[in-house]
Write a protein that binds this ligand. Structure first.
Ligand code: ADP
Length: 479
């Protein structure tokens, strides 16, 4: 859709990318074929073309991954923090060196615009490794007066929306604290995690410190039920999170969960409106809305509603939906056929619930999975499109008159991951940050991430924090 803009295509080259046709499991520093010989395909959601065959790890493979992590823990946990830090710095630097290849693979496998994988996902992943490398030899300063030690083996399961970045969020703090890991990427986006395994190999990490195994929910369930890990770390849907929580309780394991969200993005009438409109766009259409902290519920103060809506629609009309590999693209492909079905179900539901739908005009590509940026007006608090996580480029708009009203509406959700506030008044920002039940509240910005800043939720959005010094706590035992 290039309604207002007739930009020439600016495709990123894919010729420098090195992909294998078939990937095994990275266990004990070696590439292993899956024990029961099963593979699945990963494809490009923008073209529906197959990219590679990926091993489906079964019971024996999960077992050998944990055995190798357990064995590696003996020596890795005894290494000095400074030595551990050197390895982690090395991983960070190699990711930077290969950042272009990582960015292209991330966009090919997951459908996100190359501009986002190039400017956000990959640099932030490297930054996480740099940040936690720096903490490896300073753990006693983080928790003064307390004796800390590594927890042991961590089982880590990640989703498909930020594949390399989520792997970095999980692996970097675990290694800095002296743990070893078995990580499983999501089944639609395994490729950058497998590339990361190559980086880990190149960085010379002792075998078994990081094991990367691939597979679907069945592999994930085997991991969480396994007796070896004493820590489960999961990012994904609230539904699966609840199952993992159960497995953790039954197995007496520590657990951190980063689950769904339905964030309120709140625009007061004293806000810088043009900036706020950009913040709304970034909040909900970034990464096709496949973002757990997406600003999917917009609350606009009644006095500026007409202005905000008109400007928002105008800005939506200019968004370019299409080839993720084109550097002009704003909204790429939906990650999978299944996810597109879920989003389309909600689009239908919104209209059936009586809300009004708006989508820009224009054609979508014929092949691949696509959804236009969408907004709903005339939305009621009780509507499912205002209550449930859609995980797509779909915004539900409501209005408010007073601060108390918007606080009540914003908190009327089972989730509590993030929120946004747009106002000229610092006092209002502080009032809202106190009153909103959300792990992160952005003021006059949205979707800002930094490795130094903790991230995590309340209520059905999970618990535990990742990032910052708080992120270390999740991987340490205290005497
Ligand atoms: P989504 O619904 O957004 O696809 P999921 O929560 O299903 O997210 O997936 C997140 C991760 O959890 C993926 O790596 C997936 O393979 C894994 N997973 C799915 N089901 C289970 C399960 N029952 N136990 C453990 N992991 C699972």
């Amino acid at each position: 859709m290039t309604k207002d803009w007739n930009l020439s295509a600016a495709p990123e080259s894919t010729s420098h990318v090195q992909l294998q046709q078939e990937y095994g499991l990275f266990i004990g520093g070696k590439w292993i074929k899956p024990s029961d010989g099963k593979y699945f395909e990963t494809s490009n959601p923008a073209t529906e073309k197959k990219l590679a065959s990926i091993a489906l790890a079964g019971r024996k493979d999960v077992d050998s991954a944990f055995k190798s992590a357990d064995k590696a823990f003996e020596s890795w946990s005894k290494l000095s923090g400074a030595e551990r830090g050197k390895y982690i710095f090395r991983i960070a630097r190699i990711i930077q060196e290969k950042s272009r290849e990582f960015a292209v693979i991330e966009s090919m496998d997951g459908g996100k615009p190359i501009r986002e994988s190039r400017d956000i996902d990959i640099p932030l992943a490297a930054a996480h490794f740099f940040y936690y490398a720096g903490w490896a030899d300073k753990l006693e300063y983080v928790f003064p007066g307390r004796k800390v030690r590594p927890m042991g083996v961590a089982a880590q399961i990640i989703p498909w929306n930020f594949p390399l970045l989520m792997a970095a969020w999980k692996i970097a703090p675990a290694l800095a604290c002296g743990n070893t890991v078995v990580l499983k990427p999501a089944e639609t986006t395994s490729l950058t995690a497998l590339k990361l395994a190559e980086v880990i190999d190149e960085a010379g990490l002792p075998p078994g410190v990081v094991n990367i195994i691939t597979g679907d929910g069945s592999t994930g369930a085997l991991m969480t039920a396994h007796p070896t890990p004493n820590k489960l770390a999961f990012t994904g849907s609230t539904e699966v999170g609840k199952q993992i929580y159960k497995a953790a309780i039954q197995g007496g394991k520590k657990v951190t969960l980063e689950l769904g969200g339905k964030a309120a993005n709140i625009i007061f009438d004293d806000a810088p409106i043009d900036a706020a409109v950009e913040g709304i766009i970034n909040g909900i259409y970034f990464n096709q809305g496949h973002v757990c902290c997406a600003g999917s519920r917009l609350f606009v103060q009644e006095t500026v509603y007409a202005e905000v809506l008109a400007k928002l629609k105008r800005r939506m009309d200019s968004l370019i939906v299409g080839d993720p590999m084109d550097k002009n693209t704003d909204i790429g492909a939906i990650n999978s056929k299944e996810q597109l079905k879920t989003i389309e179900h909600y689009l239908k539901l919104g209209s059936e619930e009586g809300a009004d739908i708006y989508q820009p005009a224009g054609e979508l590509p014929k092949k691949g999975y696509w959804c236009k940026p969408t907004l709903f007006t005339n939305v009621a608090q009780s509507n499912r499109i205002a209550q449930e996580e859609i995980f797509g480029p779909v915004l539900a708009i409501q209005t408010f008159r007073t601060i108390d009203e918007v606080i009540e509406k914003a908190n009327n959700t089972p989730y509590g991951l993030s929120a946004g506030v747009w106002t000229d008044k610092g006092s209002k920002v502080f009032q809202l940050t106190k009153a909103l039940k959300a792990g992160v509240v952005w003021a006059n910005t949205y979707n800002k991430f930094d490795p130094t800043s903790p991230f995590g939720g309340f209520k059905e959005s999970g618990f535990g924090r990742e990032g910052g010094m708080h992120g270390l706590e999740a991987y340490l035992a205290f005497d």
